[in-house]
Design a protein around this ligand. Structure first.
Ligand code: ADP
Ligand code: MG
Length: 752
């Protein structure tokens, strides 16, 4: 059970168009034989947009392309290939297939397809070495697969291609636990609709049977009837009031509840997703799924859906009454309707452009503000306030302009709509009036018509935007569902092996791993670390030290090989047991808003105060904490604002200490503090290391003297191992790094 989707979808197989298919088939690479088949979006000359196809079978590579107007296939035996790799250029790149025969095969592509071709190159390399094909078929999509429009975000949802019906079904699925409320709601909606529809029928009787009548009834009889009809009107109003009350309450409750359920499911999933998921996405975009997208969904459920349903029913009901009263007059009434519909569709289409521009400008503005304010120190240090103010001013003006334009357009829209509906009313007055004069229609019916007309025209104005408005709500819902549907880290895997008390014996067996699968960071790493051993990981920055500890904590799964703890492969180990016994201290520790005590206790909810103090003492943090006016109750802001780097570091160590891990990871924990603080931290670490398997990564190599063993990495491989003294004596890579560092510190000393 791996949470890693990418490895499970091993193929890059696109469907070529018929003419390419037949070319490939003629060359013996028909569908079942193909292992790879992809399209490149540049023409063979590499200068123009166009397309070419690359297919690979077990032993051949075929490239179908258009040269001098005609399609042809270049066919190469896989054994002829020396190397396949990609070359990334500005705005795109080349796939280069070097072979014994000349020339090198070049397939050009734009940057949207760079990731795909990096996988293709890897696949060809694997085929060339006769290895099993093991490539990443799940690539970031930049364009919609159906309509090829650019997606609003990478791997995102195409708003134009949402399956509205299934999304709708899924949304309503969230309402089904509250079935009875939904039924009450439906009943209330029907009652509200009927109560809206009834009054014109009553007033029609008041006019025709009481006020303007040839009926020779007595005065008393007429007053009786009037009283009765008026009472009915009052009754309807009361029923309508009650139904609306029930309706409003239920709608608000259901909408809020369903959205809250979705939101909390979404957040739970976000907490459970792997770091790999986060590597590809911006935190801002994810936050907006939790806040904006669910908010839109709620608006839709609370305002949109009921409005649509009720007005839909109303329009049908009204048309029924109108036709029943006079079909001729109904047709007259409907004359402006097509114009209203066409006009609103055209208008909302036009408005969507404004909305898009408005949204873009608005997000530029917020990004800019967020950046400038969080970097306010830099802004001031470089005296660039003016520049930020001007940049803001420009964006602000743009927003104002778009806002004004939008409002003007809106006014024109509504003015036109009232003009059209006004026409409808005039038509009805004229033709209806004629019929009344001619005694073919009663005055009451004409007035009822008049009332109904307004009820029809009202909602029509809005129906033009229903589509775009639903699209937006549903696109938000899809974005939310996408996260909910992503496989989480497997905390709940029942087959996972429990290991509540590990000893901390770690083995790496030929571990290969890369964040981008085509560029391994670690290459066939083998190491065997005894329980309780302290390992120092050494190597240039970017060599993969942090990556090794990421793999131990199973933030990522290895691509090849395996890591085991106490003989159990990490992928089979219960994840909660694993993480509970790993403590990590980073270079730039993250603290959460709250008190110092809360931050120390973060990994152990319900920790006793005495335990927290003990941990702080061990971490050499107690003294500075009690020196603060509020002691352990001192509030630290977001990111630990208000504490110095060294203080934050010691709080983080106390936090890890209280967690009491079996495996301790110190990733450059002392890199950003002064020498005196470093001494305090070193002392604390020294106490902590005892009896735990420890991985220490330190920028200053001299601080790793205490390690039982140093492991030196270079070029993704282990190049040296041994104690500090042994490695110094060997005068190899480690010695070289130490020398370099001493040289650097000498230069700094001279400079100072
Ligand atoms: N989340 C990530 N996504 C993509 N590449 C990464 C990520 N983290 C690290 N890398 C890359 O992997 C390589 C090794 O990084 P790292 O293990 O952090 O190095 P070190 O800790 O030794 O300085 C670097 O080239 C780095 O750019
Ligand atoms: Mg690092």
């Amino acid at each position: 059970m791996t949470s890693n989707k990418t490895i499970q979808a091993p193929r890059l197989l696109e469907d070529p168009p018929l003419h390419v298919e037949s070319l490939l088939a003629a060359a013996g690479a028909e569908h079942p034989h193909r292992l790879i088949c992809v399209q490149a979006d540049m023409a063979a000359d590499g200068l123009h947009y166009g397309n070419q196809w690359l297919a690979a079978t077990q032993n051949r590579i075929l490239i179908a392309r258009q040269t001098v107007g005609a399609w042809a296939v270049v066919d190469t035996s896989i054994d002829d290939v020396i190397r396949a790799h990609t070359d990334v250029l500005v705005g795109g790149g080349h796939l280069l297939i070097e072979r014994h025969a000349e020339p090198v095969l070049v397939v050009a592509f734009t940057s949207t397809e760079a990731a795909k071709f990096s996988e293709v190159a890897r696949g060809i390399e694997q085929l060339r070495k006769h290895q099993a094909l093991h490539i990443n078929g799940h690539l970031e999509r930049v364009r919609c697969q159906h309509c090829h429009r650019l997606l609003p975000e990478k791997d995102g949802i195409c708003p134009a291609c949402i399956r509205k019906w299934s999304t709708m079904k899924r949304i309503t699925g969230y309402i089904s636990p509250y079935r009875w409320k939904a039924v009450t709601l439906a009943v209330a909606s029907v009652v509200t609709t009927m109560a809206e529809l009834a009054p014109p029928l009553i007033t029609r009787r008041i006019i025709d049977d009481v006020l303007v009548t040839d009926n020779p009834a007595t005065f008393d009889e007429k007053v009786m009837l009037l009283g009765f009809l008026v009472l009915t009107l009052i009754g309807i109003r009361v029923v309508s009031w009650a139904a609306e009350w029930v309706h409003g309450w239920n709608v608000a409750w259901l909408g809020a509840q369903a959205t809250a359920d979705i939101r909390s499911q979404l957040y739970q999933r976000l907490e459970m997703l792997s770091l790999q998921f986060y590597d590809k996405r911006k935190v801002g975009a994810l936050m907006s799924r939790v806040t904006r997208d669910t908010g839109r969904l709620q608006d839709f459920l609370v305002d949109g859906l009921p409005y649509l349903l009720i007005n839909g029913m109303m329009i049908v009901g009204i048309l029924g009454f109108l036709l029943y009263m006079s079909w001729e007059l109904t047709l007259y009434t409907l004359i402006p309707v097509p114009f209203i519909i066409v006009w609103s569709i055209v208008f909302w289409k036009r408005m969507r452009r404004f909305f898009t521009r408005w949204g873009e400008t608005w997000s530029n503005l917020t990004d800019r503000v967020a950046e400038a304010l969080s970097g306010i120190r830099v802004v001031k240090a470089f005296a660039q306030q003016e520049r930020e103010i001007n940049a803001f001013g420009a964006l602000n003006r743009k927003i104002t302009d778009i806002g004004v334009e939008t409002s003007v357009n809106r006014t024109i829209f509504f003015a036109t709509i009232s003009f059209l509906t006004g026409f409808g009313v005039i038509i009805v007055w004229y033709f209806g009036g004629e019929e009344v004069i001619d005694d073919r229609l009663t005055l009451g019916t004409l007035l009822a018509f008049y009332s109904y007309m307004w009820m029809v025209y009202g909602p029509l104005e809005w129906f033009g935007q229903v589509n775009s408005w639903m699209s937006r709500a549903f696109a938000g819902a899809e974005r939310v569902f996408e996260v909910i549907d992503t496989a989480p880290e497997s905390y709940e895997d029942v087959h996972a092996q429990r290991l509540p008390k590990m000893s901390g014996h770690i083995r790496f067996d030929e571990v290969t791993f890369g964040y981008d699968k085509s560029k391994p960071v670690l290459n066939e790493i083998d190491m065997d670390i005894q329980a309780g051993e302290m390992i120092g990981l050494v190597g240039r920055s970017g060599v993969g030290k942090t990556t090794i500890v990421n793999l131990i904590a199973r933030f990522y799964d290895v691509d090849h090989g395996g890591i085991s703890i106490d003989g159990i492969d990490l992928r089979r180990l219960n994840l909660r047991d694993l993480r509970k016994q790993i403590g990590i201290v980073l270079q730039d520790p993250i603290l959460f808003s709250g008190t110092i005590a809360e931050n120390i206790g973060y990994g152990k909810p319900g920790a006793k105060f005495a335990e927290i103090i003990d941990a702080a003492r061990l971490a050499n943090a107690h003294n500075f904490i009690v020196a603060k006016p509020d002691g352990y109750e001192t509030q630290v802001g977001e990111q630990g604002n208000g504490l110095s780097g060294g203080e934050r570091q010691r709080v983080a160590i106390a936090r890890a200490m209280l967690h009491n891990p079996r495996i301790l990871i110190l990733d450059e924990a002392t890199s950003s503090v002064d020498v005196e603080t470093e001494r305090l931290i070193q002392q604390a670490i020294h106490r902590m290391v005892d009896g735990r398997t420890t991985f220490a990564i330190a920028h200053r190599l001299s601080t790793l003297r205490d390690a039982d063993r140093l492991i030196v990495l270079d070029g993704g491989r282990i190049v040296e191992q041994g104690t500090h003294a042994e490695l110094m004596q060997r005068k190899g890579k480690f010695h070289e790094l130490v020398e370099l560092q001493q040289e650097a510190s000498k230069i700094i000393a001279i400079a100072e």
